[in-house]
Every structure is written in structure tokens, then in C-alpha cells.
Ligand binder design. Structure first.
Ligand SMILES: NC(=O)c1ccc[n+]([C@@H]2O[C@H](COP(=O)([O-])OP(=O)(O)OC[C@H]3O[C@@H](n4cnc5c(N)ncnc54)[C@H](O)[C@@H]3O)[C@@H](O)[C@H]2O)c1
Length: 329
């Protein structure tokens, strides 16, 4: 049984607590949150103890830590948990500063199990698409389109601490781009605007952004992100290859389609990430437990999270300066 401590009992912490409860090889021993009631409520729901976050990181009766606290706390908790030999599953993004990420990685013992919460890799639809690429179904991957639109913008207080649209939101697409291209993007061109809410622009961020990535061999990926889609959580992938194409379509609340005199009508899209990626979060945790117990390589790794953040930083620079930003492969 893998004994787990959970830091952060907010939106994503609650998802992880549920995944732990559903995995027979894991047990949620303790939870921590800066807000006592949040910790108590989750602890009561899953029969766990409430402890201080630092105590969980150092505890001898805990094998692994899940970090679901705000981004600016991740590095300190990773280092504290690694110090006492814990395996770590940390939420994205690693940190908003790539130098701090590199410094953190350099401090970790080579045997540290460190995985990051880019759950889209574990989505069954995107996973099936990736498997077809690997099987050669479309020949060589040449161009990818990723569309990623949230149903609505988060509160301004969240935006202010989020690191901006590229590090907070599009970081998932940067990870998907690397996952599907199977090569490092080395060129980043970005544009951004506040088309949804001028207050987001006044806060120094964008709510709408597009990015073009290119690898050293010329493969391209185009990403389109918006903080608002009136029709729900829009998550699509299209891959064009030398022998064909692959598409992963949106997921609807059900597969029923009504036809009448006004046309064809599908059920609404799944509302947001908590619903759309529920199976992915569960499979992500299963992989983490497999990595800890059976020595599978933890993936996405610390290096993956670093590369995603490098792309996010490059995109913000490009969007602000209008220049193409080049990265080393
Ligand atoms: N993978 C995903 O799809 C996904 C989705 C949402 C959020 N996230 C990431 O998860 C992290 C948390 O986001 P969220 O939306 O759950 O935020 P949230 O605000 O809903 O939850 C964070 C919780 O952490 C607690 N907290 C803050 N500082 C703490 C500390 N020092 N010690 C203990 N608890 C502390 C807060 O009280 C809060 O309950 C962020 O890094 C975010 O980027 C990932």
C-alpha cells in the first residue's frame, strides 16, 4: 500500500483525493491546507488526518506526496519532500522561473521519483491518437493544431497569481505539443490580446493567445487558447502527417444527437477540466503509483515540466516583443 500525503485541498487537491480513494494500492494518510476548514472537510470525506504541510513532507509513515498547492509553493515543497526520500507528484506548472526549476532539479538525488500533473497525456482519446502516431498510421508527423478554450475566465485574483495565460493555461498545450511532435520545439512565435475582459489586459495578462512552434527538423505546431468559449470546454487535437491525419474531437456530456427542422443538435460539451479529464487524472495517479512501486519511469518528468515552462516563458516574451524566440533543442 502506498501511503500518500496531499498538500492543498482546493480544486485539484479534491480531484487527487478522489483518485487515491479509487486506487486499491494507495491510501490517503494525511492532508494539509492553509485553510483549516478545507483540510478538515477533505480529511473527513476520505478518512485521512489533518497535518501541517511541513510535517507531511517529513513524516515517516508517508511514502509519497501529492502537491496541489499554488504554483509559487511547489519548489519548496518538492525540496522538503525529496529531502526525506518521498516520491512526488506535483501539479503543473513546476515554477514560473526556469532558473529556479533548474536549480531545484540540480538539488534532487538522481533516484528521486518526481512526476508532474500534465494529465492530458493520460486522456484516453489523446492517448489513442498518440498510439496511432507511434504505430505509423499517418507516417511522419508534419503539422499539429491544438485548440484549447476554457468555458470562462477565472477570477482576477487567480489571474494575478497564475503566471499568465502561457504558464498557467497554455502550458498543458506546450506539453501536448512536445508529447505529440516527439521533438523539441526550438522556435516560438506568439500573439496575445485581452479580447474577453479588458481587466485581464490591465492586470498584464492576455485572455486570448496563439502560438506557432517549430522543431529543428521543421515540424510545426499551432496552438489557439482562449479563456472563454460560450459553448463549453473546447479541447481538440488535429495531427497532419505524410500518410494521413488524426483528429481527437471534443467530448460531449452524452453521445445523443437530435435532428429536427432546425438542424443537428449535440449534447453540451463537458463543462470544464474537472469533468473532461476525470479519467485522465485517475490514470495519471495510477502511473505515478506504478512508477513508485514498480520502477516505471515517472512521466511527465521534471525535465518535461522544465521544457514546458521554457516554452511558456518564450511565448510570453514573443507576445510582448513581437519577436520570434529561439531555444536550444
Ligand atoms: N492539472 C490540472 O489540470 C490543474 C487544474 C487546476 C489547477 N492546477 C494546478 O494546481 C495548483 C493548485 O490550483 P487549484 O486550482 O487547485 O487552486 P485552489 O486555490 O483551488 O487550491 C489550492 C489550495 O492550496 C491551499 N494552500 C495555499 N498555500 C498553501 C500552503 N502553503 N500550504 C498548504 N496549503 C496551501 C489553499 O488554501 C487552497 O485550498 C496550481 O499550481 C495549478 O496550476 C492544475
Amino acid at each position: 500500500m502506498l501511503r500518500i500525503g496531499l498538500l492543498g485541498c482546493g480544486r485539484i487537491g479534491q480531484v487527487h483525493a478522489r483518485s487515491i480513494a479509487l486506487n486499491r494500492q494507495a491510501e490517503l494518510v494525511a492532508v494539509a491546507d492553509a485553510i483549516d476548514d478545507a483540510a478538515l472537510s477533505l480529511a473527513n470525506e476520505y478518512g485521512a488526518q489533518v497535518r501541517d504541510a511541513d510535517a507531511i513532507c517529513a513524516a515517516e509513515d508517508i511514502d509519497a506526496i501529492l502537491i496541489g498547492t499554488p504554483t509559487d509553493t511547489h519548489v519548496d515543497f518538492i525540496l522538503a519532500a525529496a529531502k526525506s526520500g518521498k516520491a512526488i507528484l506535483c501539479e503543473k506548472p513546476f515554477d514560473l522561473d526556469t532558473d529556479r526549476i533548474k536549480d531545484c532539479l540540480a538539488q534532487l538525488a538522481p533516484e528521486t521519483v518526481l512526476m508532474f500533473g500534465f494529465q492530458r497525456r493520460f486522456d484516453p482519446h489523446f492517448g489513442a491518437l498518440k498510439a496511432q502516431i507511434n504505430q505509423g498510421a499517418i507516417g511522419n508527423v508534419e503539422m499539429i493544431n491544438l485548440i484549447s478554450r476554457d468555458p470562462g475566465a477565472p477570477p482576477l485574483s487567480y489571474i494575478a497569481r497564475s503566471g499568465g495565460i502561457f504558464a498557467d493555461m497554455m502550458i498543458h498545450d506546450f506539453d501536448m505539443a512536445r508529447f505529440l511532435l516527439n521533438e523539441e520545439p526550438v522556435s516560438v512565435q506568439a500573439m496575445g490580446a485581452a479580447l474577453v475582459d479588458p481587466a485581464i489586459g490591465l492586470a498584464g495578462d492576455f485572455d486570448s493567445a496563439t502560438v506557432q512552434l517549430q522543431t529543428a527538423s521543421g515540424k510545426m505546431c499551432q496552438i489557439s487558447c482562449s479563456r472563454r468559449a460560450t459553448y463549453g470546454y473546447d479541447q481538440r487535437v488535429e495531427v497532419h502527417g505524410s500518410k494521413g491525419g488524426l483528429q481527437a474531437k471534443n467530448q460531449h456530456e452524452n453521445a445523443v444527437r437530435l435532428a429536427n427542422a432546425d438542424g443537428y443538435h449535440d449534447a453540451p460539451l463537458m463543462n470544464f477540466f474537472l469533468e473532461r479529464y476525470l479519467p485522465a487524472y485517475r490514470a495519471e495517479l495510477d502511473h505515478f503509483i506504478d512508477a513508485v512501486r514498480n520502477g516505471a519511469a515517472p512521466s511527465p518528468s521534471g525535465h518535461d515540466a522544465l521544457r514546458a515552462q521554457m516554452l511558456a516563458e518564450a511565448a510570453m516574451r514573443s507576445a510582448k516583443t513581437g519577436e520570434t524566440v529561439l531555444l536550444k533543442g
